[in-house]
Design a protein around this ligand. Structure first.
Ligand code: PXP
Length: 265
């Protein structure tokens, strides 16, 4: 049965990417966020990378001021550093999502590595400080029950499960990899209620896989960026957001850009 409601966080990093490509004053990130909200976004997600390759400090401040008084949350994705913690404590977004970050990567490639006790101390410190400030703390991790358990111990109130490998296998119609990835995700989702952790999902989610992910029990929130911004090329951000929310709720209608999408049905 299709879900009756889902929470959609629209990641607008790539709106800022377009601006940074030419160092122009447009497109305006706050105006883009407002379009997403008009299309049904429950949250605006941004990743302030250490190299500021897309979202910058000015965007964070503009979004915070511009969305004040709305019911829409800001979710700040950030590396586990003191600099980012200080920005989070100053900005006080609704939530932070702590992600691994490598300068040379194209996008966040995997979940946090929770096997290093020294780094885990830093994660625990960040979680503790952010929680004291009333911020929801999420860790971006692989869909793995053990990593969920460690996240809980380190003080996370939520986890975001990395759906990248699942989505790539789905896009490329790789049946055996897909089976493995669905199993991993189901296994992790089973652990959520026992750990009393809020479970979110994100990375690589497109319009084709959204109906399948949307009907899974146990996922509270989906953070989706690239596919929505790509679809906006054809129909605008408001409509692209509306369609993604409809897709998560079970509407499998193909997006406008589907003709060029290899493997689309
Ligand atoms: N969630 C996290 C933690 C991310 O790092 C990203 C990419 O910035 C996303 C969600 C959105 O991924 P995509 O752009 O592939 O939808």
């Amino acid at each position: 049965m299709a879900a009756t409601t889902v929470r959609l966080g629209v990641n607008i990093d790539h709106v800022a990417t377009l601006r940074q490509l030419r160092d122009t004053p447009y497109p305006d990130v706050l105006a883009a966020a407002r379009e997403c909200i008009a299309g049904g976004a429950d949250q605006i997600t941004i990743h302030l990378r250490e190299d500021r390759r897309h979202i910058n400090d000015g965007d964070v401040a503009a979004l915070k001021a511009g969305l004040k008084g709305t019911s829409v949350d800001i979710n700040l994705e950030m590396a586990a550093t003191e600099e980012m913690l200080a920005i989070a404590l100053k900005t006080r977004p609704h939530s932070i999502c702590v992600v691994p970050e490598k300068r040379e990567e194209r996008t966040t490639e995997g979940g946090l590595d929770l096997s290093n006790s020294k780094r885990n101390e830093l994660l625990a410190h960040i979680a503790s400080e952010a929680r004291k400030a009333g911020i929801v703390v999420s860790f971006f991790i692989e869909p793995d029950a053990r990593d969920m358990e460690i996240s809980k111990k380190l003080g996370a109130t939520a986890v975001e499960l990395h759906t990248g490998a699942l989505c790539i296998a789905h896009q490329k119609n790789q049946a055996s990899a897909l089976e493995v990835e669905w199993k991993r995700l189901h296994g992790a989702l089973g652990a959520g209620p026992m750990l009393n952790l809020m479970v979110n999902a994100g990375h690589g989610i497109d319009y084709r896989i959204a109906p399948e992910l949307g009907r899974l029990k146990g996922i509270v929130e989906y953070n989706i960026g690239h596919a929505i911004v790509c679809e906006a090329v054809f129909c605008g951000l408001r409509e692209a957001t509306r369609k993604m929310k409809a897709a998560l709720l079970g509407d499998s209608a193909a997006p406008s850009g589907a003709a060029a999408h290899k493997g689309a049905t």
